[in-house]
Design a protein around this ligand. Sequence first.
Ligand SMILES: [Zn+2]
Length: 292
Amino acid sequence: MKFIASTLILLLSASLTLADVRFESKKLEDNIYTVFGAGGFTGGNHLLISGDDGVILVDTSMPDYADMLIATIDDLVDEDEVDFLINTHLHADHVANNGFFADEGATIIAHQGTYDTLKNKGLVSGGGVSDAGENMLPHVVFSQSMTLYLNGLTIELSHIPNAHTLSDIIVYIPEKNMIHVGDMLFNGIFPFIDLNNGGDVDGYIAGQKQILDMIDDETKVVAGHGPFASKADLKKAHDMLVDARSIIAMHKNKGKSEDEVVEANPLKKYHDDWNWGFITTERMTRQVYRGL
Ligand SMILES: [Zn+2]
C-alpha cells in the first residue's frame, strides 16, 4: 500500500510537471511573435512570422512539444502549418522536430553545416548523438548568407563561423530592427560552447562582437535561451565571456592544469548570477579552459 501510495504520488507529480510545461509568447509586431517554453525545457526560443507567403518559424522545440507548438501557432496567427522553418544551428533543441514539420510540408532552411552534421553524424544534443531521420535534413542550405523576401520583409540569414557550433546563423529583419541570434546569446546564464561540434571560445566572442556592431539600443533581440533581450543584454553576456576568457587564460598561461583552475574557482564572482543546471560554473570554467 505504501508502495502504491508513493508510486501514485510520483505519477501525480510527474503529470503535474508535464502539464505545467507550456508555450508563452510575446508580440513583437503585427504578425510577429517570439514564442518560448515555460514551466519546463521545450528547446530554443522561437521567432514566428505570418503573412501572405505563409508561416515562418525559427527553430523547432523538442520532440514532445511539436503538437503543443502548432496549437500555440494556431492560437497566435490562426494557421496550423509551418511553411518555412529556419534552423539556427545543428543542436537537437533547435532541429529535433524537423521531420515533423517537413512531413507537414515545411521547407527547412539551414546552414550547410547543420545539413552535413545531421546527415553524417546525427542529432547532437547535450546528452550525446542519436540517429537523425532522412526527413530531418534541411531542403535549402547556404554557407555564408542568404536573404529571404517573404511576407513583405527582408529576412537576412548570416553565418557566424565557429562560435557556439560550426553551423550558427542569425536571422535579422532590418525593417523591423529585430534579430534572432540563436545560441549566440544565452541571456543571463553561462553559454554553452560546443567544442566537440565546431564551437570555439574566440569565435563565440568575435561573433557576439559582430552582432553588437549590427544592432542598436532599440533592436528587439530573441536569444536562443533565456528571456527576450536587448543589445544591453548581449553586451553584458559578451563582456562576461571576454572577462572569463582573460581570467582563465591567465591561469592557464601560468601552467595550471584544468583541475587546478577549477579548484581555484576563478569565475566565482559570476556564479550567483550566471550558473545554471546545464552550464554550471565548473563546466563554464572547463569549457573555456579547453577552448583556449
Ligand atoms: Zn545550441
